[in-house]
Write a protein that binds this ligand. Sequence first.
Ligand SMILES: Nc1nc2c(ncn2[C@@H]2O[C@H](COP(=O)(O)OP(=O)(O)OP(=O)(O)O)[C@@H](O)[C@H]2O)c(=O)[nH]1
Ligand SMILES: [Mg+2]
Length: 211
Amino acid sequence: MTTQPDPLVIRSLDFCGGMAAPGGWRPDPVQPEVAFAGRSNVGKSSLINKLLHRKAFARVSHTPGRTREINFFEVNKRFMLVDLPGYGYAKVSKAAKATWRPLIEGYLSATPVLAGVVQLLDVRHAPTDDDLQMLDFLAEIACPVIVVLTKVDKLGVRERVERVQSITIQLQLDEEQVVQFSARTGEGRDELARAVVQIVAGHQMPVPPAT
Ligand SMILES: Nc1nc2c(ncn2[C@@H]2O[C@H](COP(=O)(O)OP(=O)(O)OP(=O)(O)O)[C@@H](O)[C@H]2O)c(=O)[nH]1
Ligand SMILES: [Mg+2]
């Protein structure tokens, strides 16, 4: 058996800080940024840990909806991994929800260095209204998207085929356009890593204004 080389070897990883409010502090936009989005509890922290080969880099929380800031991690001094707050958790108050949308959408629309968004969906569930609104928003701002279906290990073979088919039909995507992922088994990690590397490499950095 030949083993493929790791498409994303992690050479360095630095936490650069968090953005708490729209228009608030954020690290200087000097690297391409790849943001990770999804409903609370979709498995985002687990996926980021797996992608970065770290056990507990992004906190895996057992209290959904706890990560409320946009967190920035510099990978290999090459790109910024941006962890967006999980949205749409039912038990979170309306007031808390009202602060997230402007934070997330404000960040996405005000970031010229944004190379793309990794959008996570739980393979077991139909995309929620929040998910669909997020995908619409990304299409509106013409942002490249990698769709990842998480927790595929939780389904049997048949059920999984059906769920993947149903979600891709609903989103009008081909099955090759979505990454099937499991943080438990590691399935999909290298495929996702490849897609992220590609999106970073393909991003044209904006020319800074002449001074
Ligand atoms: N079986 C299985 N469980 C998973 C997988 N990914 C995440 N989980 C579990 O799902 C729960 C939520 O995972 P997190 O990674 O904390 O999800 P999150 O999206 O970061 O959640 P919040 O930060 O709270 O919004 C945890 O109990 C994880 O162990 C997976 O691929 N397979
Ligand atoms: Mg999390």
